[in-house]
Design a protein around this ligand. Structure first.
Ligand SMILES: [Zn+2]
Length: 138
């Protein structure tokens, strides 16, 4: 098994396992490698760490479609910031307490590692990961 870091044209990065390096190309040609966020097939391998450095971002040519997605994500970010409580690194802790104590709470958002996110999902807690677009880049 080979693990690849994949990046979608919307900027979403994720990891995926393939049985062989040729398997990725095979599945990609069949449009079986898709981004969970925008359902795009424009997914490619990256050797970069999940966080793209700001230099890379600046050199990245943003086409119209990507701008559109960016705008949507920015709108979403604004919505989340307005309607949800920021809990920072305590996200998984807080989300569990809401889930298990049946707390009446408005939405929360914060940081969680991929491992924490996977654990929460396994416990049946609904969480989603969204790319956090940088406002200053507008
Ligand atoms: Zn995408």
């Amino acid at each position: 098994m080979i693990k690849y870091n994949l990046i979608c044209k919307c900027g979403h990065t994720f990891e995926s396992w393939f049985s062989a390096s040729s398997e990725f190309e095979r599945l990609r040609k069949k449009n079986l490698v898709t981004c969970i966020l925008c359902n795009s097939y424009s997914v490619k391998k990256t050797i970069m760490a999940p966080n793209i450095s700001s230099n890379t971002k600046k050199n990245y040519t943003i086409n119209k479609h990507e701008k559109n997605i960016r705008r949507k994500l920015l709108e979403f970010r604004n919505f989340v910031e307005k309607n949800c409580k920021y809990v920072g690194d305590r996200f998984s802790e807080e989300v569990r307490s809401i889930h298990y104590d049946n707390k009446d709470s408005k939405g929360i958002y914060g940081k969680a590692t991929p491992e924490e996110t996977a654990e929460l999902l396994e416990e049946g807690i609904e969480v989603s990961t969204i790319p956090w677009v940088d406002k200053s880049e507008n």
